[in-house]
Design a protein around this ligand. Structure first.
Ligand code: SF4
Ligand code: SF4
Length: 534
């Protein structure tokens, strides 16, 4: 093999007149992608096998007797590839025309409109007018069970859905029945996808509007949705997701690729767990005073008054209740506040648990975990101790009758009696919703949910991951890291953190597990805590 200074595990080829060097074993489709050249494709998906059956990714390779499917043709040294040659373009136009022979003109009412690969490719290089004069084949709509509806007339028979259920979910419930133009996707059993744990992913990977979500059906147009990088709050796996929002409401959750955590996928439990983010019953302004003396206050008055009470309380015993739904920055602020005003006697959190874990067999890194909250590991690292049962009830007895200072973050008091905190000398409650037990609080401070703020969680794999703000907070609710940071800053005399990044840096200075990490270094896909210290 000639040694021209290049590493032996790479190959150099030319695509559309531009030279590119890629690792051996890279497909032409991926090599082209690296140059910013998109080769149309339907059946190929990076998380599945490549059957090369849709025939739309054909490209011209000089010296090859006919056009080659770029998804399964590997890049070779010296290859010269043309994705836009007359023969490649003519072939794609022809293939697209065949796809449209039976495809209905459904775009105005199709949920996939705006993110459909058939619509995009036809718009880019399809024929302006169809030539087919035959009546279109009609399959109609079928309920596949679970959250999935099937519109057979829109299907391009790429078999991504069949392969996902077979190769990734290892739960082969879909197949192709019939042949030729009558071929259609169907379920094996009457119950279809009912009870499957990961079937929602086939809606994501269907390149057209053949598989759609019942929950999202006709709810919003794709081009009206804002996409926000976030982390699924459903369990401690911490799948990377996007919040798709419109009118300040979460309309759906979609997985975001992270090969270290969830690949391209997410579970159906997490996908369906978003309505609470739109919940209207929220605390919207600070309130001061107990029981019948409670009255609304603005933030300035509430924080000034609370600062005074905290300063006066110096040395008292402090009991803290945190939440595994709260960010690291908020939990670190809560613990820091407790440490500033007295001696911490208890620092606890509760988390609901599922009976079993639920792994995705074809991508075993992804497991729907027993802990049904995103920051159980972060809470543990920051010094919070788990209490209560698997249903996240009980376990707060030690805090309930405390006669010193009680600090509560999160809506953790929903099952507590009305006596909770009645004996406390100072009771501070930061939550998103009120509860009867919180009526004893001296200060009720409205805070944002993770969807309304920036912050970070630590998942079960020891990975610290950031989420961004997708919704505007209701009323005067503020991020807990900001409220707690302001109080700690006032007590210490070092000011209020200016941002979530600032709050993270203060936390990293105080907690060795986060030492040396920066907000930028965590980036959009997170980093393992232990890697930061390797
Ligand atoms: S339903 Fe969608 S994913 Fe399944 S074969 Fe048809 S086009 Fe492909
Ligand atoms: S596995 Fe957990 S984190 Fe991932 S989508 Fe499901 S509930 Fe959400």
């Amino acid at each position: 093999m000639p040694d021209n200074g290049r590493k032996a595990d790479t190959v150099t080829l030319t695509i559309d007149g531009r030279e590119v060097t890629v690792p051996k074993g890279t497909s032409l489709l991926h090599a082209a992608e690296g140059l910013g050249v998109e080769v149309p494709h339907y059946c190929y998906h990076p998380g599945l096998s490549a059957p090369a059956q849709c025939r739309i990714c054909l490209v011209e390779v000089e010296g090859a007797p006919k056009l080659q499917p770029s998804c399964v043709t590997m890049a070779e040294d010296g290859q010269v590839v043309h994705t836009e040659s007359p023969s490649a373009v003519r072939m794609r136009k022809g293939v697209l025309e065949f796809y449209l022979v039976n495809h209905p003109l459904d775009c105005p009412i199709c949920d996939m409109s705006g993110e459909c690969m058939l619509q995009d490719y036809v718009f880019e290089e399809g024929r302006e007018k169809g030539r087919s004069r035959e009546p279109k084949r009609v399959f109609g709509r079928d309920d596949f069970g679970g959250d999935v509806l099937f519109y057979g007339d829109r299907c391009v028979m790429c078999t991504r859905c069949v392969r996902f259920m077979d190769e990734v979910a290892r739960d082969p419930r879909l197949t192709v029945v019939e042949r030729g133009s009558r071929a259609v996707i169907d379920t094996f059993f009457e119950h279809g996808l009912e009870g499957a744990s990961y079937a929602g992913n086939i809606v994501d990977i269907c390149p057209v509007g053949a598989l759609v979500s019942k929950d999202f059906l006709h709810k919003a147009r794709a081009w009206d949705l804002d996409h926000t990088e976030s982390i699924c709050p459903g369990c401690s796996q911490g799948c990377n997701i996007e919040l798709h929002t419109r009118d300040n409401l979460v309309q759906r959750l979609k997985p975001r690729e992270n090969q270290e955590v969830n690949g391209h996928w997410m579970c159906d439990y997490g996908r369906a767990n978003y309505e609470w983010m739109n919940h209207p019953g929220r605390l919207e302004e600070p309130e001061v005073g107990r029981g019948n003396d409670r009255r609304p206050a603005d933030w300035q008055e509430a924080l000034a008054s609370l600062f005074q009470r905290l300063s006066d309380a110096g040395g008292a015993g402090v009991r803290i209740v945190g939440s595994p739904l709260a960010s690291n920055e908020a939990l670190a602020g809560l613990a820091a506040l407790g440490g500033e005003v007295g001696s911490i006697e208890a620092c606890v959190f509760r988390s609901p648990r599922a009976p079993d874990e639920d792994p995705l067999p074809g991508f075993p890194t992804l497991v729907r975990r027993r802990d049904l909250a995103p920051n159980v590991d972060g809470a543990g690292i920051l010094g919070f101790e788990r209490v209560g049962g698997d249903d996240a009830a009980g376990g707060l007895r030690e805090v309930a009758g405390h006669d010193g200072i009680i600090l509560v973050l999160g809506d953790e008091l929903r099952d507590q009696s009305e006596d909770f905190g009645a004996a406390a000398s100072l009771f501070v409650y930061l939550g998103t919703a009120d509860s009867p037990a919180a009526r004893n609080a001296d200060f009720v401070l409205p805070v944002t949910t993770f969807a309304e703020e920036e912050g970070s969680f630590v998942n079960v794999l020891g990975r610290v991951q950031r989420f961004r703000q997708g919704l505007q907070a209701p009323g005067y609710a503020r991020p807990a890291w900001l409220v707690l940071g302001a109080l700690v800053g006032a007590l210490r005399g070092d000011g209020t953190p200016a941002s979530a990044a600032d709050a993270f840096e203060r936390m990293a200075e105080a907690h060795a597990a986060f030492a040396g990490l920066t907000w930028e270094a965590i980036g959009t896909s997170g980093t393992r805590l232990e890697a930061a210290h390797a």
